[in-house]
Design a protein around this ligand. Sequence first.
Ligand SMILES: CCCCC/C=C\CCC/C=C/CC(=O)SCCNC(=O)CCNC(=O)[C@H](O)C(C)(C)COP(=O)(O)OP(=O)(O)OC[C@H]1O[C@@H](n2cnc3c(N)ncnc32)[C@H](O)[C@@H]1OP(=O)(O)O
Length: 525
Amino acid sequence: MDLIHCCVRWPWKNFPTSKTSLFQKEERLRHYNPLPLTVPAFSNRMPAQCVFSRIEGKGKRSPPPPPGGAPAKLAAASPVASRKWRSSAHALRGAPRRAQTPGSVTYVQSNLPRRPVPRSPRLRPGGAARAPGAGRTARSHPGAATCPFSAKMALASGVRFAPRALLRPWSSPVELFHHDRYRHHEPPAPVHYEDKHVSVVKVWGGTEPSRYFLITARIHKWPSGILRLGGINGDDISEAPRVCPWARRWVQTASAGPAAALSTGAGPSLPLFLLLAEWVAVMKLRNPPVNALSLELLTELVISLEKLENDKTFRGIILTSDCPRVFCAGLDLTEICGRNPAHCAEYWKAMQELWLRMYLSSLVLVAAINGACPAGGCIIALSCDCRVLADNPKYRIGLNETLLGIIAPFWLKDTYVNTIGHRASEQALQLGSLFPPAEALQVGLVDQVVPEDQVQSTALSEMARWLAVPDHARQLTKNMMRKATADRLLRQRDADTQNFVSFVCRDSIQKSLQAYLEKLRQRKG
Ligand SMILES: CCCCC/C=C\CCC/C=C/CC(=O)SCCNC(=O)CCNC(=O)[C@H](O)C(C)(C)COP(=O)(O)OP(=O)(O)OC[C@H]1O[C@@H](n2cnc3c(N)ncnc32)[C@H](O)[C@@H]1OP(=O)(O)O
């Protein structure tokens, strides 16, 4: 299995808007951004914290807390969060930087120059305490209802021009892309640019003056890295480091390329600025020839998922196959054919574990299905949040267990029902239907069917759409939708294992599995 990390970056939507003149933007910068800040972002992974991630250069430290301090509730909930809150609030006021002292609170990870700033969790449980003067703006802004704390922080810290980005920290390029201004907007002329540093993959948005644009670029030095650069035509590229100093290196690397390339269509220069970084892991299943779910692959998958869940820099995983023509052939039948009961039990537990982890994962999981996807493969895909299937009639997807003489366990059935509904599941499960792409789309087994060469890019776009939603809201909603199904297995996990073992160890089942495997081998010949 291969794990590739790529990066999707969001621009700061509010910086600037089309209604904002350059002068206003300068004013704003002077007032609210004397020190560079990243836009606060949401995650509920560490719900007691609510901070702005402050970016500092090497050798600098966070300024001391401002008078007044963080709200008492926050301090009680998490001293660390409280300390960070105070420092962040102070940073917003433009406190002078001080020399680094040991033990100072700093939010910059030591490996920042190489990795983007992780999104810090910023949501306090139970919502934010109201700060003096914060209520009006927080209530009046459409985004404030779901993000009161950011508004409060901005105002409590003396920000005169509370930028909308602070109130709506989940702004994303996708939102921009789907914004009315662009929905009917002619796409810009295709831009091809490639030099030794960077190649432009795609340009989003408009090219008219004062319009946002987004560029997806590939940084050669960083082969698996996809950089999303946002900007507004007519801006000065030199803004980028001010807004996001840690990205300076990349901006400098990238600026000559896309800026020059786009200047033909969009004016003398194009600015690029990078504000937030989201990391998406691309997990490629690689167990040739057909990505059968061997015990080893299951274990690898579980471990990788756990690692990514624990790594705060990741918010999503794209799951795809490295084997040509097959996404995943389902259970490795050699793991349950001619094996002893103990092995079968261990194998089934690993399968349960993977399903539970995937089904309840707090990350966004997108399946980029670039091959056949029968049985257990289909379950892997159904455990994801979104499925993109390559449009190839040979790439069929479904639960075909009955055709093998075996029965899908209740939790596979539940997953199926949750996805395509009861009647469709009843029919498809009994018939062991494997759906070609068009039918899979029609029945709701997959969300998109696209040409084969667009599966990965569509998966990435889907990912961006899902990541545009605040993590905490999405995760809680996912949990609400899926927990009952997962709990059902959790309650009877041992019994389910027993059922499986006693079922597959039956002579009759062993014989039919053997015959099926034989048929597969002969078919190849
Ligand atoms: C009442 C209590 C109930 C309790 C529960 C009871 C039971 C629960 C079990 C239910 C769960 C089942 C889930 C499953 O996943 S079962 C597995 C079902 N999988 C399949 O049916 C897929 C079979 N494979 C294929 O259809 C094709 O291989 C393909 C994926 C479409 C790819 O086709 P192609 O590219 O042409 O490859 P080949 O067919 O030539 O295969 C190459 C090679 O791979 C071997 N192989 C294929 N699939 C599997 C597999 N699933 N496991 C192990 N090995 C597989 C195939 O035999 C060839 O091997 P050789 O190279 O040695 O010939």
